[in-house]
Design a protein around this ligand. Structure first.
Ligand SMILES: NC(=O)c1ccc[n+]([C@@H]2O[C@H](COP(=O)([O-])OP(=O)(O)OC[C@H]3O[C@@H](n4cnc5c(N)ncnc54)[C@H](O)[C@@H]3O)[C@@H](O)[C@H]2O)c1
Length: 293
Protein backbone atom coordinates (compact mmCIF):
# COMPACT_ATOMS: atom_id res chain seq x y z
CA UNK A 1 0.00 0.00 0.00
CA UNK A 2 1.70 3.27 -1.06
CA UNK A 3 2.02 6.03 1.53
CA UNK A 4 -0.65 8.73 1.32
CA UNK A 5 0.88 11.96 -0.06
CA UNK A 6 1.30 14.37 2.87
CA UNK A 7 0.42 17.45 0.81
CA UNK A 8 -2.23 16.01 -1.57
CA UNK A 9 -5.71 17.52 -1.75
CA UNK A 10 -7.75 17.06 1.42
CA UNK A 11 -9.99 13.98 1.08
CA UNK A 12 -13.67 14.77 0.69
CA UNK A 13 -16.28 12.83 2.68
CA UNK A 14 -19.17 11.28 0.72
CA UNK A 15 -22.03 13.81 0.48
CA UNK A 16 -24.76 11.26 1.26
CA UNK A 17 -24.35 7.95 3.08
CA UNK A 18 -26.78 5.17 3.96
CA UNK A 19 -26.07 2.85 6.91
CA UNK A 20 -28.02 -0.41 7.12
CA UNK A 21 -28.44 -1.39 10.78
CA UNK A 22 -28.07 1.14 13.58
CA UNK A 23 -26.69 -1.12 16.34
CA UNK A 24 -23.31 -0.84 17.99
CA UNK A 25 -21.34 -0.62 14.73
CA UNK A 26 -23.92 1.06 12.49
CA UNK A 27 -24.47 3.85 15.03
CA UNK A 28 -20.71 4.42 15.23
CA UNK A 29 -20.33 4.42 11.43
CA UNK A 30 -23.21 6.90 11.07
CA UNK A 31 -21.75 9.15 13.77
CA UNK A 32 -18.29 9.11 12.15
CA UNK A 33 -19.53 10.04 8.67
CA UNK A 34 -21.85 12.76 10.03
CA UNK A 35 -19.02 14.22 12.12
CA UNK A 36 -16.92 14.38 8.92
CA UNK A 37 -19.73 16.33 7.17
CA UNK A 38 -21.81 13.64 5.38
CA UNK A 39 -25.62 13.56 5.40
CA UNK A 40 -26.46 10.11 6.81
CA UNK A 41 -29.60 7.97 6.70
CA UNK A 42 -29.65 5.02 9.09
CA UNK A 43 -31.96 2.20 7.95
CA UNK A 44 -33.25 -0.06 10.72
CA UNK A 45 -35.57 -3.08 10.70
CA UNK A 46 -38.63 -0.95 11.61
CA UNK A 47 -39.76 2.54 12.62
CA UNK A 48 -39.40 1.90 16.36
CA UNK A 49 -35.88 0.47 15.90
CA UNK A 50 -35.03 3.51 13.76
CA UNK A 51 -36.07 5.91 16.54
CA UNK A 52 -34.07 3.89 19.09
CA UNK A 53 -30.99 4.01 16.84
CA UNK A 54 -31.27 7.79 16.53
CA UNK A 55 -31.56 8.08 20.33
CA UNK A 56 -28.42 5.95 20.78
CA UNK A 57 -26.47 8.07 18.32
CA UNK A 58 -27.68 11.29 20.01
CA UNK A 59 -26.58 10.02 23.42
CA UNK A 60 -23.19 8.95 22.05
CA UNK A 61 -22.66 12.34 20.37
CA UNK A 62 -23.53 14.22 23.56
CA UNK A 63 -21.06 12.07 25.53
CA UNK A 64 -18.38 12.77 22.91
CA UNK A 65 -19.12 16.50 23.11
CA UNK A 66 -18.89 16.50 26.93
CA UNK A 67 -15.51 14.76 26.74
CA UNK A 68 -14.22 17.21 24.14
CA UNK A 69 -13.91 14.42 21.55
CA UNK A 70 -16.14 16.05 18.92
CA UNK A 71 -14.93 18.75 16.52
CA UNK A 72 -18.42 20.31 16.07
CA UNK A 73 -21.47 20.60 18.32
CA UNK A 74 -23.40 17.36 18.99
CA UNK A 75 -26.72 18.86 17.82
CA UNK A 76 -25.16 20.09 14.59
CA UNK A 77 -23.75 16.61 13.81
CA UNK A 78 -27.04 14.96 14.83
CA UNK A 79 -28.84 17.35 12.46
CA UNK A 80 -27.11 15.56 9.58
CA UNK A 81 -28.43 12.14 10.65
CA UNK A 82 -31.91 10.77 10.03
CA UNK A 83 -33.34 7.27 10.37
CA UNK A 84 -35.93 5.16 8.56
CA UNK A 85 -37.51 1.73 8.94
CA UNK A 86 -37.04 0.61 5.33
CA UNK A 87 -34.30 0.70 2.66
CA UNK A 88 -36.85 2.28 0.28
CA UNK A 89 -36.04 5.58 2.03
CA UNK A 90 -32.39 5.51 0.85
CA UNK A 91 -31.57 8.50 -1.39
CA UNK A 92 -30.96 7.46 -5.01
CA UNK A 93 -27.92 9.73 -5.12
CA UNK A 94 -26.23 8.19 -2.04
CA UNK A 95 -22.47 7.93 -2.65
CA UNK A 96 -22.10 5.02 -0.25
CA UNK A 97 -24.25 2.51 1.63
CA UNK A 98 -22.55 0.57 4.45
CA UNK A 99 -24.25 -2.56 5.76
CA UNK A 100 -23.90 -3.29 9.52
CA UNK A 101 -26.76 -5.72 10.28
CA UNK A 102 -26.08 -8.88 12.37
CA UNK A 103 -23.47 -11.39 11.19
CA UNK A 104 -25.78 -13.57 9.08
CA UNK A 105 -24.89 -14.08 5.40
CA UNK A 106 -28.51 -14.50 4.25
CA UNK A 107 -29.71 -11.38 6.08
CA UNK A 108 -26.79 -9.32 4.74
CA UNK A 109 -27.48 -10.48 1.18
CA UNK A 110 -31.18 -9.59 1.52
CA UNK A 111 -30.71 -6.08 2.95
CA UNK A 112 -27.94 -5.25 0.45
CA UNK A 113 -30.04 -6.46 -2.49
CA UNK A 114 -32.92 -4.24 -1.25
CA UNK A 115 -30.51 -1.30 -0.93
CA UNK A 116 -29.18 -1.94 -4.44
CA UNK A 117 -32.72 -1.65 -5.81
CA UNK A 118 -33.28 1.64 -3.97
CA UNK A 119 -30.10 3.52 -4.98
CA UNK A 120 -28.62 4.62 -8.30
CA UNK A 121 -26.03 2.74 -10.38
CA UNK A 122 -23.13 4.89 -9.05
CA UNK A 123 -23.64 4.12 -5.36
CA UNK A 124 -20.85 2.10 -3.72
CA UNK A 125 -22.14 -0.72 -1.50
CA UNK A 126 -20.04 -1.96 1.42
CA UNK A 127 -20.29 -4.59 4.15
CA UNK A 128 -18.91 -4.26 7.66
CA UNK A 129 -18.79 -8.04 8.15
CA UNK A 130 -16.00 -9.11 10.50
CA UNK A 131 -15.72 -12.68 9.22
CA UNK A 132 -18.07 -13.61 6.35
CA UNK A 133 -16.64 -13.96 2.81
CA UNK A 134 -17.19 -10.65 1.01
CA UNK A 135 -17.14 -12.51 -2.32
CA UNK A 136 -20.10 -14.66 -1.28
CA UNK A 137 -22.16 -11.64 -0.17
CA UNK A 138 -21.28 -9.90 -3.46
CA UNK A 139 -22.84 -12.76 -5.41
CA UNK A 140 -26.30 -11.59 -4.22
CA UNK A 141 -25.85 -8.27 -6.05
CA UNK A 142 -26.59 -7.30 -9.64
CA UNK A 143 -23.38 -5.26 -10.00
CA UNK A 144 -20.65 -6.69 -7.73
CA UNK A 145 -18.01 -4.28 -9.13
CA UNK A 146 -19.29 -1.57 -6.79
CA UNK A 147 -19.15 -3.85 -3.74
CA UNK A 148 -16.36 -3.91 -1.15
CA UNK A 149 -15.70 -4.77 2.50
CA UNK A 150 -15.27 -1.81 4.87
CA UNK A 151 -14.39 -3.45 8.17
CA UNK A 152 -14.68 -0.83 10.91
CA UNK A 153 -13.50 -1.41 14.47
CA UNK A 154 -15.34 -0.93 17.73
CA UNK A 155 -15.85 1.78 18.99
CA UNK A 156 -15.91 3.27 15.47
CA UNK A 157 -15.57 6.99 16.31
CA UNK A 158 -12.43 6.35 18.40
CA UNK A 159 -10.76 3.69 16.25
CA UNK A 160 -8.00 4.59 13.81
CA UNK A 161 -8.41 1.77 11.28
CA UNK A 162 -10.68 0.59 8.48
CA UNK A 163 -9.76 -2.73 6.87
CA UNK A 164 -10.69 -2.54 3.17
CA UNK A 165 -11.53 -6.00 1.84
CA UNK A 166 -11.38 -6.47 -1.92
CA UNK A 167 -13.44 -9.20 -3.59
CA UNK A 168 -12.16 -10.43 -6.97
CA UNK A 169 -14.88 -8.38 -8.71
CA UNK A 170 -14.35 -5.10 -6.80
CA UNK A 171 -13.61 -2.38 -9.38
CA UNK A 172 -10.62 -0.02 -9.15
CA UNK A 173 -13.02 2.94 -8.99
CA UNK A 174 -14.78 1.42 -5.96
CA UNK A 175 -11.44 0.77 -4.26
CA UNK A 176 -10.23 4.34 -4.84
CA UNK A 177 -13.52 5.81 -3.64
CA UNK A 178 -13.52 3.95 -0.31
CA UNK A 179 -9.83 4.71 0.28
CA UNK A 180 -10.56 8.44 -0.12
CA UNK A 181 -13.61 8.29 2.17
CA UNK A 182 -11.64 6.38 4.82
CA UNK A 183 -9.04 9.18 4.81
CA UNK A 184 -11.84 11.77 4.99
CA UNK A 185 -12.94 10.12 8.26
CA UNK A 186 -9.41 10.67 9.58
CA UNK A 187 -8.76 6.93 9.61
CA UNK A 188 -6.00 4.78 8.14
CA UNK A 189 -6.76 1.94 5.73
CA UNK A 190 -5.24 -1.47 5.32
CA UNK A 191 -6.17 -3.18 2.06
CA UNK A 192 -6.54 -6.96 2.06
CA UNK A 193 -7.71 -9.59 -0.39
CA UNK A 194 -10.92 -11.33 0.64
CA UNK A 195 -9.79 -14.34 2.70
CA UNK A 196 -11.00 -15.93 5.96
CA UNK A 197 -10.65 -13.55 8.92
CA UNK A 198 -9.05 -10.89 6.67
CA UNK A 199 -5.81 -9.65 8.32
CA UNK A 200 -7.08 -8.34 11.66
CA UNK A 201 -9.34 -11.16 12.88
CA UNK A 202 -6.98 -13.89 11.61
CA UNK A 203 -3.98 -12.52 13.53
CA UNK A 204 -5.98 -11.43 16.57
CA UNK A 205 -7.74 -14.78 16.92
CA UNK A 206 -4.47 -16.74 16.39
CA UNK A 207 -2.89 -14.90 19.33
CA UNK A 208 -6.00 -15.23 21.48
CA UNK A 209 -6.32 -19.00 20.88
CA UNK A 210 -2.66 -19.60 21.69
CA UNK A 211 -3.05 -17.61 24.93
CA UNK A 212 -6.04 -19.80 25.89
CA UNK A 213 -4.05 -22.98 25.14
CA UNK A 214 -1.28 -21.66 27.43
CA UNK A 215 -3.79 -21.21 30.30
CA UNK A 216 -5.08 -24.74 29.58
CA UNK A 217 -1.53 -26.16 29.76
CA UNK A 218 -0.77 -24.30 33.00
CA UNK A 219 2.06 -22.26 31.44
CA UNK A 220 0.87 -19.16 33.31
CA UNK A 221 -2.33 -17.50 34.54
CA UNK A 222 -4.39 -15.01 32.47
CA UNK A 223 -2.96 -11.98 34.29
CA UNK A 224 0.64 -13.02 33.59
CA UNK A 225 -0.04 -13.88 29.94
CA UNK A 226 -1.75 -10.52 29.39
CA UNK A 227 1.12 -8.68 31.11
CA UNK A 228 3.63 -10.50 28.90
CA UNK A 229 2.04 -8.97 25.80
CA UNK A 230 0.97 -5.58 27.12
CA UNK A 231 4.22 -4.79 28.97
CA UNK A 232 6.65 -6.90 26.94
CA UNK A 233 5.28 -6.18 23.46
CA UNK A 234 3.41 -2.94 24.15
CA UNK A 235 0.05 -4.28 23.04
CA UNK A 236 -2.61 -1.90 24.41
CA UNK A 237 -4.14 -4.88 26.19
CA UNK A 238 -3.35 -8.58 26.58
CA UNK A 239 -4.98 -11.22 24.33
CA UNK A 240 -7.18 -12.69 27.10
CA UNK A 241 -8.50 -9.32 28.27
CA UNK A 242 -9.27 -8.55 24.62
CA UNK A 243 -11.06 -11.91 24.26
CA UNK A 244 -13.16 -10.93 27.31
CA UNK A 245 -14.06 -7.59 25.72
CA UNK A 246 -14.98 -9.07 22.33
CA UNK A 247 -16.99 -11.88 23.99
CA UNK A 248 -15.90 -15.52 24.28
CA UNK A 249 -18.95 -16.64 22.25
CA UNK A 250 -18.06 -14.24 19.43
CA UNK A 251 -14.43 -15.41 19.46
CA UNK A 252 -15.55 -19.06 19.44
CA UNK A 253 -17.79 -18.48 16.39
CA UNK A 254 -14.93 -16.82 14.48
CA UNK A 255 -12.48 -19.56 15.52
CA UNK A 256 -14.91 -22.22 14.27
CA UNK A 257 -15.16 -20.43 10.92
CA UNK A 258 -11.34 -20.10 10.65
CA UNK A 259 -10.92 -23.75 11.72
CA UNK A 260 -13.26 -24.85 8.91
CA UNK A 261 -11.57 -22.66 6.29
CA UNK A 262 -7.89 -22.46 7.33
CA UNK A 263 -7.34 -25.72 9.21
CA UNK A 264 -6.24 -27.21 12.52
CA UNK A 265 -4.22 -24.27 13.78
CA UNK A 266 -7.51 -22.47 14.47
CA UNK A 267 -9.17 -25.40 16.31
CA UNK A 268 -11.00 -23.84 19.30
CA UNK A 269 -9.34 -24.92 22.60
CA UNK A 270 -11.38 -27.09 25.00
CA UNK A 271 -11.23 -24.38 27.69
CA UNK A 272 -12.88 -21.84 25.35
CA UNK A 273 -15.75 -24.22 24.60
CA UNK A 274 -16.20 -25.04 28.29
CA UNK A 275 -16.32 -21.41 29.33
CA UNK A 276 -18.88 -20.54 26.64
CA UNK A 277 -21.02 -23.55 27.70
CA UNK A 278 -20.88 -22.27 31.33
CA UNK A 279 -22.01 -18.80 30.20
CA UNK A 280 -18.62 -17.23 31.01
CA UNK A 281 -18.72 -14.90 28.01
CA UNK A 282 -16.33 -12.18 29.19
CA UNK A 283 -17.14 -8.62 30.24
CA UNK A 284 -20.80 -8.81 29.18
CA UNK A 285 -21.47 -11.70 31.63
CA UNK A 286 -19.09 -10.49 34.36
CA UNK A 287 -16.76 -13.47 34.02
CA UNK A 288 -14.39 -14.62 31.29
CA UNK A 289 -10.65 -15.12 31.68
CA UNK A 290 -10.88 -12.21 34.11
CA UNK A 291 -13.61 -11.16 36.55
CA UNK A 292 -15.41 -7.94 35.58
CA UNK A 293 -17.34 -5.81 38.06
N1 LIG B 1 -19.38 -5.41 17.50
C1 LIG B 1 -18.14 -5.42 17.03
O1 LIG B 1 -17.15 -5.32 17.77
C2 LIG B 1 -17.92 -5.53 15.54
C3 LIG B 1 -16.67 -5.13 15.00
C4 LIG B 1 -16.48 -5.19 13.61
C5 LIG B 1 -17.52 -5.64 12.80
N2 LIG B 1 -18.71 -6.04 13.36
C6 LIG B 1 -19.76 -6.51 12.45
O2 LIG B 1 -20.73 -5.46 12.31
C7 LIG B 1 -22.02 -6.03 12.08
C8 LIG B 1 -22.99 -5.47 13.11
O3 LIG B 1 -22.54 -5.77 14.40
P1 LIG B 1 -23.07 -4.99 15.69
O4 LIG B 1 -22.18 -5.37 16.80
O5 LIG B 1 -23.29 -3.55 15.38
O6 LIG B 1 -24.50 -5.69 15.87
P2 LIG B 1 -25.78 -5.11 16.65
O7 LIG B 1 -26.59 -6.30 17.00
O8 LIG B 1 -25.38 -4.16 17.73
O9 LIG B 1 -26.55 -4.25 15.53
C9 LIG B 1 -27.21 -4.80 14.43
C10 LIG B 1 -28.39 -3.88 14.11
O10 LIG B 1 -28.98 -4.32 12.88
C11 LIG B 1 -30.37 -4.13 12.99
N3 LIG B 1 -31.07 -4.95 12.00
C12 LIG B 1 -31.44 -6.26 12.09
N4 LIG B 1 -32.09 -6.63 10.96
C13 LIG B 1 -32.14 -5.54 10.15
C14 LIG B 1 -32.67 -5.29 8.86
N5 LIG B 1 -33.29 -6.24 8.18
N6 LIG B 1 -32.53 -4.05 8.34
C15 LIG B 1 -31.91 -3.06 9.03
N7 LIG B 1 -31.38 -3.25 10.28
C16 LIG B 1 -31.49 -4.46 10.81
C17 LIG B 1 -30.69 -4.50 14.43
O11 LIG B 1 -31.93 -3.94 14.85
C18 LIG B 1 -29.49 -3.89 15.17
O12 LIG B 1 -29.74 -2.57 15.60
C19 LIG B 1 -21.82 -7.53 12.12
O13 LIG B 1 -21.61 -8.00 10.81
C20 LIG B 1 -20.55 -7.70 12.94
O14 LIG B 1 -19.86 -8.90 12.64
C21 LIG B 1 -18.93 -5.98 14.69
Amino acid sequence: MPEQPADGPAPVPPARVGVLGGGRMGAGIAQSFAAAGSEVLVVESGEEEARAALDRIGASLRRAEERGKLAGAADEVLGRISAAGSPDALPRDACLVVEAVPEDAGLKARVLAAAERAVGAETVLATNTSSLPVTEIASALGSPGRFVGMHFFNPVPASALVEIVLAPGTSDATREAVLGWTRALGKKDVVVRDSPGFASSRLGVALGLEAIRMVEEGVAGPEAIDDAMSLGYRHPMGPLRLTDLVGLDVRLAIAEHLHATLGERFAPPRLLREKVARGELGRKSGQGFHTWT
